[in-house]
Design a protein around this ligand. Structure first.
Ligand code: ATP
Length: 327
């Protein structure tokens, strides 16, 4: 048996640009500091399927600039059940893992909290999700790139909206939170930003503001709608909004969808993913467990994993600006 610690690393949940930069950093920092690093393919599913790959420094060559994740990610139904978690713990024990580093979102961290109950290895989380909805960290890997991608799309939509003097409703990602909608909306100069945190939305008031803006001479308008608001789907939601009695208007709908997920990571995402990956390794070396590596006020911090399940609050000040910025 080697006296080098054996540490597994995996990505879980939705892919996010920068996951590869984090992986590269974990592998190279880990090996340089004397760890055995093993990639686990396809998240929790990969533990249960024993999809392990010993990493060498060359395994992560030429990936820092790539989107997605080279070790794949997955959502794993079996891991939601106690039996699946227990089985994963047995497998980790039999392969003599000493620690795990998981890159994912709040669901991934819920999985880690379950695993912690039955496995005594070191557990470290890294926030990797384009949603930026994780409590305890100002930043999550992938958010910066996703925002840039969506804003580029919005700029194109604005050209058409402006030329044809149209109202556009644009759906962006965010089933439970409006972090993407808010930043994309502010950055693209949208006239309305509708977020799940404001549910139930007063559709009559929104329609009235659209009509008033038209009356003030605004020719093109963009309404950003987070996925979590457009229930049961964006088409039904749009119909309800645009047929408010006395306030009817016509719109075009655009769904950005998975376009927001992929792509080459921004400089910010590469930088932060690299720092977080290396810091996660340092946490393993320092004996930490049950924590997420986070960033607060531009400094790396350790956040208890259980805190990641709290609700992160939206920047209400930025959201309140939308009325003034859209006059
Ligand atoms: P994203 O923010 O991109 O959606 P996420 O990590 O929140 O990422 P989820 O699909 O919610 O994505 O979770 C990823 C995986 O974590 C799930 O497929 C499941 O295997 C595991 N997981 C989530 N919640 C739990 C739970 N309560 N118990 C055990 N495992 C869980």
């Amino acid at each position: 048996m080697s006296d080098r610690k054996k540490v597994g690393v995996f990505c879980s949940g939705g892919d996010a640009p920068g996951m590869n930069a984090a992986l590269r950093s974990i592998v190279r920092r880990g090996i340089a500091q004397g760890l055995n690093i093993v990639a686990i393919h396809r998240g929790y599913k990969g533990i249960l399927d024993e999809a392990f790959e010993k990493m060498i420094p060359r395994s992560v060559g030429n990936i820092i600039q790539t989107g997605g994740t080279v070790i794949k990610t997955a959502r794993c139904e079996r891991f939601y059940k106690e039996e699946g978690v227990r089985q994963a713990a047995e497998i980790l024990k039999s392969y003599e893992f000493d620690g795990l580093i998981a890159i994912g979102g709040d669901g991934t961290f819920r999985g880690l909290l379950e695993l912690q109950k039955v496995w005594d290895g070191q557990i470290i989380g890294i926030p990797g999700t384009i949603d930026n909805d994780i409590y305890g960290t100002d930043y999550t890997i992938g958010f910066d790139t996703a925002i840039d991608t969506a804003i580029q799309a919005l700029d194109r939509i604005r050209d058409t909206a402006d030329s044809h003097e149209r109202v556009f409703i644009v759906e962006v990602m965010g089933r439970h939170s409006g972090f993407i909608a808010l930043k994309v909306g502010i950055g693209s100069g949208a006239e309305e930003i509708l977020i799940p945190e404001d549910e139930p939305i007063d559709l009559k008031a929104v329609a009235k503001r659209i009509k008033d803006a038209r009356d003030r001479g605004k020719t093109s308008l963009i309404i950003i709608v987070a996925e979590g608001v457009s229930k049961p789907d964006i088409f039904t939601f749009c119909k309800k909004l645009t047929t408010q009695p006395g306030l009817e208007f016509s719109t075009h709908i655009s769904i950005l969808g998975h376009l927001q997920r992929g792509g080459s990571p921004s400089a910010v995402d590469r930088w932060n993913a690299t720092r977080m990956g290396a810091y996660a390794v340092d946490c393993i070396l320092g004996g930490d467990s049950g924590i997420m590596v986070g960033e607060q006020n531009l400094k790396l911090v350790k956040v208890p994993l259980k805190d990641t399940q709290k609700k992160k609050s939206i920047d209400r000040y930025a959201h309140s600006l939308i009325r003034d910025l859209a006059i």
